[in-house]
Design a protein around this ligand. Structure first.
Ligand SMILES: [Zn+2]
Ligand SMILES: [Zn+2]
Length: 336
């Protein structure tokens, strides 16, 4: 029987799940961010300003959904230096009712304008006096965020100068950035992040979504060197409602992309079928070394899945080197 790894029903909604505005250190107001992204065919933006969460759901309309969230940084050293490692997490509210921030530092080093919004922040009431740069503290944060109704995405590991000692112990992440537009535009390659993603998957964290997002700070100036519109998620859901979109993300009904599109991902009797926009390569990546590559002018490919390959996932790479990346799926469940 054919099973759809990306649901057959519903439609794909294009999303930027990491966005800054004038609430912190972004150049555009929340309304300007909505306008810029809507004009490029995006249906969803998660507003993840630094340090403070401000309800942006009034921006939602029939064709646009605003998700609430914020970005939290745990820095290795104060004062900040370019050599300091840092954990950055985007915390995205699963529903508009999740309106209380965890681990809020009332006298934190607020980024940009965020301090102006600090007095209005609602918190879960935990008292945290300082952040402690350690995976133990980061895991406490992830657990508290889940309990308060938030998805937790781990941002730009390459930019954050983090090694496996920092990120491999993290438990329960919902997503991990494999493309971060801001760090990419500043000169960080992002292929190292995909390698880090495989390392996490090989630790058994196979439900983590790969995230491609802009982390936009710049104005919409059509400057090809800036980070806007460089990475996005395609989320398959029945409707553009707040909880339909966050439930789809939790269920893994999404893929990450810098450009190429994936139209179908299905499996029948241990054979996967992937259909894409026109690409140059389609790669099967696995939990072992059984990777496979198809090359040519491709819009589809089929691969056999072995039960013992751990997990399997796909990348589709276009003529410009831009790639789409799927999440991992359990080979023991779908393979032969
Ligand atoms: Zn920023
Ligand atoms: Zn950011």
């Amino acid at each position: 029987m054919k099973e759809y790894l990306l649901p057959r029903t519903g439609r794909f909604y294009k999303a930027n799940l990491h966005a800054h505005t004038t609430v912190s250190d972004g150049k555009m107001t929340p309304a300007e961010v909505k306008k810029a992204y809507k004009a490029r065919g995006y249906a969803v933006v998660a507003f993840t300003d630094h340090d403070v969460m401000v309800d942006q759901t009034a921006l939602s309309d029939a064709d646009f959904l605003a998700l609430n969230g914020w970005e939290l940084a745990i820095n290795e050293a104060r004062p900040w230096s370019h050599a300091a490692r840092t954990y950055h997490f985007s915390l995205i509210a699963e529903s508009p009712e999740a309106d209380r921030q965890v681990f809020f530092l009332p006298r934190g080093d607020f980024r940009g304008n965020a301090g102006q919004y600090a007095a209005a922040v609602r918190t879960t009431g935990e008292t945290v006096y300082a952040y402690n740069y350690s995976p133990i503290f980061a895991n406490r944060l992830i657990r508290a965020a889940h309990a308060a109704g938030f998805l937790v995405f781990y941002n730009h590991p390459n930019y954050s100068l983090q090694t496996g000692d920092d990120f491999l112990p993290l438990e329960g992440l919902d997503g991990m950035e494999i493309h971060n537009g801001a760090s990419y535009s500043w000169g960080f390659g992002d292929d190292g992040n995909t390698t880090r993603f495989d390392r996490m998957l090989r630790r058994g964290h196979t439900s983590i979504l790969p995230i491609a997002a802009d982390d936009n700070h710049a104005a919409d100036t059509e400057d090809p060197a800036n980070e806007l519109f460089t990475g996005f998620m395609m989320i398959k859901a029945d409707t553009l409602s707040y909880t339909a979109i966050t439930s789809a993300l939790k269920a893994g009904h999404a893929y990450a992309s810098q450009g190429p599109e994936i139209y179908e991902l299905s499996v029948e009797e241990g054979r996967v079928h992937i259909a894409t926009s026109e690409v140059r390569e389609i790669l099967l990546r696995t939990g072992d070394r059984g990777a496979e590559r198809r090359f040519g002018q491709l819009t589809e490919a089929d691969f056999n899945i072995r039960r013992d390959m751990g997990y399997f996932r796909f990348e589709a790479v276009d003529a410009h080197g831009k790639r789409a990346v799927t999440r991992a799926y359990d080979a023991a469940r779908f393979g032969r």
